[in-house]
Design a protein around this ligand. Structure first.
Ligand SMILES: [Zn+2]
Length: 426
């Protein structure tokens, strides 16, 4: 009987995927939108541009707001009034080189600037209206979200960030993926053949200008053949948006897998390590080394109290954090600490930077994991998970994720050699 169900399910699964088989096309469509030229938008920033003579430019090096306005025939008292009354809305000293601005001038021969609009970023802008009494306020362009499906496979010697770039996926997804799976997957030790599928939103302004990616809605990451699902879930009775797996387990753990976002695991915890320098005698290594360039931020792997932040002998500059009665962690060879003894730190907080202080042959952090006062291998510790989803929310959760999971499973993964993709994208 079970077998029959299996076949039936497989059939349903296939049909569902068939309907949805537009991944590659969708991808092309979205990049098309970016290049299409926009028809002149008459309504912009809440003004009818036909009513004005419009000047569009970007802030250049050496531009001073006051001079820019005087050049456009705004009276000095009005500029002064703006700087006095609207400092919080628009700080004229903080205009940034390269940011676009628009000046709306009167259409008569006077050509006096009536409105100045500064783009704080691709989505937010500030309007300064000089027409009557000076007025400044902020606005926000309408953003349309376009759902995007993407996937990738780690080639031999490749990294997640390479694949993200090659597949034309927003670079934010490197952070998103390594953030979501920071407790479950060791991104320092990905294998060739590890693969992922993601669903996320891209933001577009006026349906045409790409304005970055939003958070991942759902993800699938296959590491060493083991699947890990992640679904963003929010419910009014939950404070936070959290990621749960397909069995409603929280993806967060009490400890991050590594104290760095990026880098290379260079030496594992090894009680029988032999070093040539010491005549191949056993020199146990009770830490886990992560190599990264000098200055790379070192993160607290869990919440806790800084019990030591000092410099001592071979350890160099280091930080030790007490997390609870059982666990402490220690981070050696820092260039500089970012925390003081007695300070409380949150998981993921920058506590210092990679350096070479103390006894070390190259820039790395030696990460030491203490359990009941003894050093253990963090990569072998079974670390407790954060709270799973409450029982009462599960029916709603499963109802929400079931179709998303099917959509996720249906995203095709391009297994073609990556150099072919590279030439396509250049
Ligand atoms: Zn070490």
């Amino acid at each position: 009987m079970q077998k029959v169900w299996g076949i039936l399910l497989a059939f349903i699964f296939l049909t569902a995927c068939g309907e949805n088989k537009t991944t590659a096309l969708d991808t092309e469509k979205t990049s098309d939108i970016q290049e299409k030229s926009i028809p002149r938008n008459i309504e912009k920033y809440g003004f009818n541009l036909n009513d004005f003579a419009v000047v569009e430019d970007t802030i250049r090096k050496g531009d001073i707001f006051g001079e820019l306005m005087t050049r456009n025939k705004v009276d000095y008292p009005k500029i002064y009034q703006l700087t006095q009354e609207y400092k919080d809305t628009f700080d004229v000293r903080r205009i940034r080189v390269g940011n676009p601005y628009t000046i709306l001038k009167s259409r008569d021969t006077s050509e006096i600037a009536q409105v100045f609009i500064y783009e704080n970023d691709p989505i937010n802008f500030t309007v300064v209206d000089f027409r009557d009494t000076v007025l400044a306020y902020r606005g926000r362009k309408e953003v349309r979200l376009v759902e995007r499906e993407a996937s990738g496979i780690i080639p031999p010697g490749g990294s997640l960030s390479n694949v993200i770039v090659e597949e034309n996926i927003d670079y934010l997804m490197v952070n998103e993926l390594s953030g979501i799976y920071a407790w479950t997957i060791d991104f320092f030790k990905l294998d060739a053949g590890d693969k992922f599928r993601i669903i996320y939103d891209e933001k577009y302004i006026n349906d045409s200008i790409y304005a970055g990616a939003a958070h991942i809605k759902a993800a699938y990451f296959e590491h060493k053949g083991v699947p890990f699902y992640a679904f963003a879930y929010h419910n009014d009775s939950l404070d936070l948006r959290e990621y749960y797996d397909d069995e409603a387990n929280n993806l967060r753990r009490t400890f991050l897998r590594a104290p760095l976002k990026f880098g290379r695991l260079s030496s594992r915890y090894n009680l029988r390590r032999k070093i040539r320098y010491y005549g191949y005698r056993v020199r146990p290594h009770k830490g886990t080394d992560y190599a990264a360039p000098i200055g790379t931020p070192i993160l607290a792997t869990a919440d806790g109290m800084v019990s030591e932040s000092t410099r001592r002998g071979g350890n160099g500059k280091y930080v030790k954090i007490r997390h609870n009665g059982t666990y402490s962690t220690q981070y050696l060879h820092m260039k500089k600490q970012n925390v003081k003894q007695g300070q409380f730190v949150k998981q993921g907080e920058v506590i210092g930077w990679i350096g070479m202080t103390g006894n070390t042959g190259g820039p790395h952090v030696c990460y030491r994991f203490w359990k009941n006062g003894r050093q253990v291998d963090p990569l072998r510790e079974k670390l407790p998970a954060a709270d799973p989803l409450a029982e009462v929310l599960r029916p709603d959760y499963y109802e929400y994720i079931n179709p998303v999971k099917v959509q996720l499973d249906c995203i095709e993964i391009n297994e073609a050699p990556s150099d072919e993709l590279l030439t396509l994208n250049q």
